[in-house]
Every structure is written in structure tokens, then in C-alpha cells.
Design a protein around this ligand. Structure first.
Ligand code: DP6
Length: 386
């Protein structure tokens, strides 16, 4: 038996097509509406976490992307640890009751946690979803918890709302639930990562000087001040969730694309309806919308769908058959590669050409799987980052 216990896992990023925006309970991260996302391939974007439990550790320590963080300063991390320990201790009691004599009291050991992303945080891509999903999944593996992924998603949700959706691959709904304690506010898988292999996501990392207002603060302003949010929560999202689930199950790109774009637009509309207003899109984001609009006008079916989170970066969903064409357009209009071909029917002057570097990185990826257990850890023999 080793004198320490360790697990290393990876977890994916997810990008919502029906957006979570608004909390009915801030400390539990209970949302005002359900949401739905696509999990992206870990080949391009993932968080990786090693957690070691060792009775000789004098305190719980955490390193994020190489820098030690103060665990006691993060209520969200503490909540996740506390909840996972509670489940572990229930499990230990169960094992003891079942007559297991060698139950290791892992729930009592301090932890060393080391986590990193394979994408630069500077790119402005949200890392809280993959980070917290990875953290909770790794703890659950370390603790051998018998709980389902949906049950674990309840813990990840308390780290960061959108993190609950990164516990599954494929297409994932976060059901808002009705209970005040959050016990039914969890993620469920709608379809797995093999369901719709033709679907491609193009992540356009848009250059931006300003730091956007954070999601948590932004949501609070919206909940307090936007009357449009009420309409969104009560009338729009419930119907849209049903339509989106059907679009995904039917692999109906037309329906998927229109719902995705409309929902991104409405999320940014409730931001604008907040007081003071919140702006996440910039001129480049808006030009990307125009590019997608123009591209869609070249066909009677939708060929692409944009969506934007709490920042100017665009994620464009498309089908494999159109991906090269769309990449060429983005390179031409936003990355200084003006020799790229224009598809027939696309009016060249419908979109202004932006200077090179307006989109500073273009990541082409697919739908991907959920968290994985891997071998290669981030801690050395002494339990310090390698
Ligand atoms: C716009 O999950 O980052 O990306 O729960 O406060 O951690 P917290 O917020 P977070 O919010 C994500 C908001 C969004 C939409 C979405 O992912 O659904």
C-alpha cells in the first residue's frame, strides 16, 4: 500500500448554445434558467489536475498554472472540497458498515492540488468550466466515489455554474431544478460525443484590450435590473431548451444554428438591458456576425452559427463540409490573409476587412468526450509541482 493516494484527470471546455445568465442563489450557483452546451474536444482545449492525499501533508495546497494560490481565499474551491469530503466520508462509513476492515480515511487527509490548462489563459478563453469540472472529477476518482456524473455535477456547479456541464462529453443540458438546496440543479447528457461527428467548432480568439466584467458580477446586475431577463427566463428559454434538444437529437443543423444565434443574441440583449449596460461584443465580434450572416445568405440552409460568451471571442459552429470555406473567410477578413478564396455568392464588400491579428488565433475543433483519468501526474515524489 502506498502512503499517499493520487489521481490525475483531464476535463474539457464546453460552449453553451442556450446560455446560462442569471442566478437565483449566488452562493449555490443556482441558475434562473436551464442551459445547454456542446463539449469540445480535449485535443485542443483541456484542463489537467493532479490531486494527492497524504496524511503527512500539513495543509491543503493548490497550484494553478504553476502559481500557488491561497485555498482559504477561494470559497468556491473550499465548497467543492467540503462537498467531496462529505461524500467520501459517507462512503467510508458505508464501507465500514459492510465489514470492510481496511478503509483508508482519505476524507481526513490534506491535499496537494496541481492544475493547468493546455491553452493560454491569456487567450481569454474561459477556463473555469474545465478547471472546476476537472478538479471535482479528480477528487471523485481519488475518493473512489460511487456517485453518478450528474451527482458530481452538483458539486462542480458550486465551483462555477458552467463547470457542471463539462462533466459529460457530447451535448449536455444543465437542468435548473426547483429545489432551494440545489439538489436537482444538475447536468445531464443529451447525446454523446459520437452522435454528430460532422459538427465543427471554430473558436475565434478576438483581440481585446479591455478586461470584460466577470460573469458573476455581470449576472447580478442583470438579475437586479433587466426586465427583459424576466421574459427570457419565463417564456423564451423553456421552449428553446425543448427545441434545441430536438434539433440535436435530429442532427438538424438548420434548427440548431438558428436557435444558437438567437440565444447568443438574446443573452447579449439582456446584458445591454442591464443598468448600467454590459457590453461584451466589440467591433470585431459584430463583424464576425456579419460574416456569418453573409455566408449563410449564400445558401437556402444555414451553413454556420455564431455564439459569444462574456467576452468578444466568437465560437462558430458549422458542418465539416463547410469548415474549410469558413476558415478561409475568417483568415481573409480578420487575419490578414487576403488571398483566401471567397465562396460563390458571398459579396466581398459585405464585411469590412480588419487588420491582421484582429482574430489572433483560430482553433478548429470537434465535439469531444468528458473527463478522463490519465497516468502522467503533475506532482513530483515530494508532492510538489514538477
Ligand atoms: C456567458 O459559469 O463562468 O459563459 O457560475 O459565476 O462561475 P459562474 O459563471 P460562469 O458563467 C458562464 C456564462 C456564459 C454562458 C454559459 O456558459 O452558459
Amino acid at each position: 500500500m502506498p502512503d499517499y493516494y493520487e489521481k490525475t484527470c483531464t476535463a474539457p471546455v464546453n460552449i453553451a448554445v442556450i446560455k446560462y445568465w442569471g442566478k437565483r442563489d449566488v452562493s449555490l450557483n443556482l441558475p434562473t434558467n436551464s442551459s445547454l452546451s456542446v463539449t469540445l474536444s480535449q485535443d485542443n482545449l483541456q484542463s489537467k489536475t493532479t490531486i494527492r492525499a497524504d496524511p503527512s501533508f500539513s495543509k491543503t495546497r493548490l497550484w494553478l498554472n504553476g502559481v500557488e494560490e491561497d485555498v482559504s481565499a477561494s470559497k468556491r474551491i473550499q465548497t467543492c472540497i467540503k462537498e467531496a469530503r462529505r461524500l467520501r466520508s459517507l462512503y467510508e462509513q458505508q464501507l465500514l458498515r459492510d465489514g470492510n476492515s481496511e478503509v483508508v480515511p482519505l476524507s481526513e487527509y490534506n491535499l496537494h492540488i496541481c492544475s493547468e490548462n493546455n491553452f493560454p489563459t491569456a487567450a481569454g478563453l474561459a477556463s473555469s468550466a474545465s478547471g472546476f469540472a476537472c478538479f471535482v472529477y479528480t477528487l471523485a476518482q481519488l475518493y473512489s466515489l460511487p456517485n453518478s456524473l450528474s451527482e458530481l455535477s452538483i458539486i462542480a456547479r458550486q465551483g462555477s455554474g458552467s463547470a457542471c456541464r463539462s462533466l459529460f462529453g457530447g451535448f449536455v443540458a444543465w437542468e435548473m431544478g426547483v429545489n432551494n438546496d440545489g439538489s436537482d440543479s444538475m447536468a445531464v447528457q443529451i447525446a454523446d460525443e459520437h452522435h454528430w461527428p460532422e459538427l465543427i467548432a471554430l473558436i475565434c480568439v478576438v483581440s481585446d484590450a479591455k478586461k470584460a466584467i466577470g460573469s458573476t458580477v455581470g449576472m447580478q446586475v442583470t438579475v437586479k435590473t433587466s426586465s427583459l431577463l424576466k421574459e427570457r427566463i419565463e417564456c423564451v428559454v423553456p421552449k428553446r431548451m425543448e427545441e434545441m434538444v430536438k434539433a440535436i437529437k435530429d442532427k438538424d443543423f438548420d434548427a440548431f444554428a438558428e436557435l444558437t444565434m438567437r440565444d447568443s443574441n438574446q443573452f447579449h440583449a439582456v446584458c445591454l438591458d442591464s443598468f448600467p449596460p454590459i457590453f461584451y461584443l466589440n467591433d470585431i465580434s459584430r463583424a464576425i456576425i456579419r460574416l456569418v450572416e453573409e455566408y449563410n445568405s449564400t445558401s437556402c440552409n444555414y451553413k454556420a452559427a455564431y455564439t459569444f460568451d462574456a467576452g468578444p471571442n466568437a465560437v462558430i459552429y458549422t458542418l465539416r463540409e463547410n469548415a474549410d470555406e469558413l476558415v478561409g473567410l475568417i483568415k481573409r477578413y480578420f487575419m490578414g490573409e487576403e488571398r483566401e478564396q471567397i465562396p460563390s455568392g458571398f459579396r466581398a464588400d459585405a464585411v469590412p476587412i480588419f487588420e491582421e491579428g484582429s482574430v489572433k488565433q483560430l482553433i478548429r475543433t470537434t465535439v469531444g468526450d468528458g473527463p478522463r483519468v490519465i497516468e502522467d501526474g503533475l506532482l513530483n515524489e515530494d508532492g510538489m509541482p514538477k
